[in-house]
Write a protein that binds this ligand. Structure first.
Ligand code: PLP
Length: 491
């Protein structure tokens, strides 16, 4: 059939090899010279549109060779390069080059990891990846789970399992509208915005979230938590879920997980840990006490596309008793013939989460875990933390900088041209500095508001960043700070 069927989409072996090698050559050059490129493009959206051309849907085909050559140049020259050594914004890591090859391999085989029979080897690889990730962060390898697109989806998946497990009546049959008690969830004020989305999407509504105040060190305040829970119970609410954060997105603080676990048990709540960013640091022996309590969690969210350096997208949900995922997500339509030959629980991943057809995102995580190994990750993550500490100390010792916080690999600080500067002015100044930096192309930082201070924020989840980069970053910031201050102050 393929021999005599003419079509535009198949690429023959010789051609595939040729254009594939050309693309790989270009990617190799791109990665090799990434540190010499500007971190981001200076072009405006309209200029970018002009570059791709405002053409209607093509009527006829174009050769893949031409398409790949043009498109790789478009991307290499007009992207924000989060693989650049001076990219320290938000929590986006530089991507392991092996991950790019893994994605190519995964797409070539194209298994549908929704069911074992559709993806025999890929399902087994995903299972092993899940087991290894559990080992990585120091919880029992009996945790089960699956890979999802990212932290939001990982947290949503756990949220839904918690809702099913702890609602007083069967959510599957009755939904939540008939619950006489109002289901409530608890988390610190520093919790990532996913929780708001989850409450909106999954029927609880944002009023069900108790945003608990944090202590001065930005950890969830356990006294206020217990007081709130008790009041809620008295008023007829049903606490179902307590969320601890292992590395908050603004400043990297880890809640006291052990105490939260105790409180969750006392009030029969599901204990979830959002470790999307920070939990891989549990691999470092000296940080063991910081992550104590992790192994008590009913569920954990982590993001291989953050501190495990996977290319986007890769998030992961781990659940202590994976039966909760089946109870939440499984269904058996008549048109699926997905048998379970060995009666094992994690066979058909469509029963574990929201997705039906699923890509093979486990491959890039699985391969990189083997390329680097536990000890390799321990070294990389420790170095990221040390670089963040170096930035903090350089800021501390610079007359025009004020170091504000340092936790895990996140440092916050601000430019402060003179003592006793007005707080409103400093906030305005640092926001202007950030805007200048983000479009300048020399480096990329983001921001955090810490105790009402507008701060510059650097998060090192980047195996390409060196000590020299950090030193240069400080110089660049001070230079931009001085210029921006001159402009603003004299106005
Ligand atoms: C990044 C992050 C998220 C969201 O993860 P995505 O991968 O961006 O969806 C949630 N929680 C925390 C703590 C995070 O750091």
């Amino acid at each position: 059939m393929t021999e005599n069927r003419e079509n535009e989409i198949e690429i023959n072996k010789e051609e595939f090899r040729k254009i594939g090698y050309q693309l790989i050559d270009k990617i190799a050059d791109f990665i090799d010279s990434i540190d010499k490129k500007p971190v981001t493009t200076k072009k405006l959206p309209s200029e970018l549109q002009e570059l791709i051309g405002d053409n209607p849907l093509p009527e006829n085909g174009t050769s893949p060779k031409e398409l790949l050559s043009k498109t790789s140049d478009l991307l290499f020259n007009n992207s924000l390069l989060n693989g650049h050594p001076k990219f320290l914004g938000y929590i986006t890591s530089s991507a392991a080059p092996l991950g790019a090859l893994a994605d190519l391999l995964a797409a070539s085989v194209n298994p549908n990891v929704g069911a074992h029979i559709l993806s025999p080897m890929a399902t087994e690889i995903e299972k092993q990846t899940i087991k290894w990730l559990a080992e990585f962060i120091g919880v029992s390898p009996n945790y089960g789970g699956l890979l999802v697109s990212g932290g939001n989806m990982a947290n949503f998946t756990a949220f839904l399992a918690a809702r099913t497990a702890k609602a007083p009546q069967s959510i599957k049959e009755h939904g939540i509208s008939n619950d006489s008690e109002k289901l409530t969830i608890y988390c610190s004020k520093a919790t990532h915005t996913w929780v708001e989305k989850a409450a909106i999407l999954f029927g609880l509504g944002t009023n069900s979230i108790r945003w608990i105040q944090t202590t001065p060190s930005n950890k969830l305040d356990e006294k206020i938590l217990e007081k709130t829970i008790k009041e809620d119970i008295k008023n007829g609410s049903k606490p179902i879920m307590l969320i601890g954060t292992a590395g908050d997105v603004s400043t990297g603080v880890v809640d006291n997980l052990k105490n939260l676990s105790t409180i969750s048990k006392k009030y029969d709540m599901w204990f979830h840990i959002d470790g999307a960013y920070g939990i891989p640091a549990a691999v470092i022996p000296s940080l063991k006490s910081l992550f104590e309590g992790v192994s008590e969690a009913d569920s954990i969210a982590l993001d291989p596309h953050k501190w495990l350096y996977s290319p986007l997208e890769a998030g992961c949900t781990l659940v202590k008793n994976p039966q909760h995922l089946i109870d939440t997500f499984s269904s058996h339509p008549e048109y699926y013939n997905f048998n379970n030959p060995e009666g094992e629980i994690a066979q058909n991943y469509y029963e574990f989460g929201l997705q039906n057809s699923r890509g093979f995102r486990a491959l890039k995580v699985w391969l990189t875990l083997q390329q680097v190994g536990r000890s390799g990750y321990e070294k990389l993550i420790s170095e990221d933390i040390q670089l963040s500490e170096l930035l903090f100390s350089l800021a501390e010792n610079h007359e025009e900088l004020e170091a504000v916080t340092q936790n895990l690999s996140i440092t916050t600080f601000r430019y402060k041209p003179f003592n006793n500067a007005d707080e409103d002015y400093l906030n305005k100044l640092n926001e202007a500095i950030l805007n200048e930096l983000q479009t300048g192309g020399d480096l990329f930082l983001s921001n955090a508001i810490v105790h009402k201070k507008y701060c510059l924020r650097a998060c090192v989840v980047n195996f390409r960043t060196s000590k020299k980069d950090i030193e240069e970053i400080v110089e660049i910031i001070v230079n931009v700070g001085r210029k921006t201050h001159l402009k603003l102050f004299t106005k």
